[in-house]
Design a protein around this ligand. Sequence first.
Ligand code: CDP
Length: 216
Amino acid sequence: MSNYVPVITIDGPAGAGKGTIAGLLAKRLGWHLLDSGAIYRAAALETMKQCVALNDSQAIIDTLNKMDVCFIDGKVIACGEDVSLAIRTPECAGMTSKIAAISVVRAALLERQRAFAASPGLVADGRDMGTVVFPDAKLKIFLTASPEIRGERRFKQLSEQGISANLATLIDEIAARDERDAGRAVAPLRAADDAITIDSSRMTPQEVLEMISSFL
Ligand code: CDP
């Protein structure tokens, strides 16, 4: 097939290290990168800015259809504005998992995500990359880590970005978000049947990268 584009999916709960690993892997392979969470986060930020009510699905869809998101030099640009930091706050993350549970929202963002698949290949990071968005991916990874480690990693990441957070609160917020993501009716967070699960609790990013590369 001339238009076949290989895809590697990396799904898993918050703070498991998906973003770091996906970035390293895409760089190593020279492939494109899709941070699907950033698209959902930008969508949530936009609905918050427009004060759209969570139960007004049509207004959310209208907002999403008008929203233009792109990634430039590692920055997330939504409607012409650099939202890279604004989308990372715990408040935005909480709102994101609420709008991400709405089926029409997921449907509206599906083709946008698939459009990232381009030659020579794509590494896609998210919750439903292997189950829904790219079911035919050549390699599917489900990356996990213990809740405490995930909380600590996210705490460190936010501190480095200058975003203040309380570790205990953060662990609770991540647990609440995981529960919403895994419990929702549409595209719940789960490993695809053909995914390889890696517990990264005691692994460095480099070790995870080497393990994934060994499956290629
Ligand atoms: O970085 P972290 O793992 O904390 O989150 P993210 O990947 O940026 O995703 C933020 C939220 O977006 C998740 O908690 C999900 O609710 C939602 N999301 C989703 O539903 N589907 C995806 N493919 C990616 C993210």
